[in-house]
Design a protein around this ligand. Sequence first.
Ligand code: SF4
Length: 361
Amino acid sequence: MEIVFKEETRTITTKPASKLWMPKQVLFTPTALEEPWGQQIYKRVQALGLPIQELKQNRITGLRGEDERETYRIAKSTLAIVTAPPSAFKLQPIPPSADWQFHLAEGCPAHCQYCYLAGSLQGPPVIRAFANLPSILQNLVNYKKPQEVSTFEASCYTDLLGIEHLTGSLAKTIRFFGEQKDMHLRWVSKFDQVDGLLNLPHHGNTQPRISLNTDFISRRMEGGTASLEARLAAIRKLALPRAEGGGGYKVGLIISPIMPVPDWEEQYTHLLDRLEQTLDFTCELTFELISHRFTPGSKALLQEWYPNTLIDFDEANRSLKYNKFGGKKYVYNTQTMNLLRSFFYSELKKRFPAAPILYWT
Ligand code: SF4
């Protein structure tokens, strides 16, 4: 089960501060350019001096390289502005995270060696942002339950904060939810550029979450993301009261994917220590805890994308589970799960007794 040597984990300290992701090319489809929000994105990327290509057709083509690796490299440096298809207007439930999932974009500029999106999205992993945002938002109102709060998860297929400087779509969505009654937005990120979100009129209807892991995992397995320290700084800014220059958001932490790397207890203790020091003021927060898992399809793709991965994909170390559609997934065995789970429940209760742990999976 061990995936790296102890000595290696001890040498790791911090990773350099994150930079904003700048695609090597930005493609616009004809229908995206007809949308006022598409035009807004056009002006943003033009102002940033990024190479723009106006496509003649609505299909994104020409991103295939000679092999999977090259296709990956080309696609991951491309932002495509498209319109969301009609299927995007039929929302799907997403337990336990929220009542409904919806999408402002698909694909992500980061390079996590365990990426949850591997195998979930069809075709090259290009980052697509949707230009018909106002229609997407307006459609959400149809899914609101009467007389109770409905929650909407926006981060199932992307990391919106990672492309926010290019689209502005996350801020627009936070504003939209700020104007609604009993509709709550949830999103999660491994990026840290939150300054533009702090003064938005969210009215308590948005819960930003930051995804955290040990410094070692973040440095070695989460390429292109913000460092652990940068993410901690971001969650602090989001959670601080407005009067103290923060966003005044109710925030969340997702610790994921939890892995029993060597010295895991020591490393996760350090992470929780840093978190406790960071959130040294009263704030509303929740935790979500997700252990590492993979499917046969995601393993095959991730090993192609990251041939030198440090992640343990050995099925012999795992238990096999089936999802409701009969798909296979490999999770840690019961003994490892119990060990990890009890560690987190006990350490979090000690440090953040008032913060609910929404789920362990
Ligand atoms: S941040 Fe999330 S979506 Fe993006 S590469 Fe990492 S795991 Fe995948």
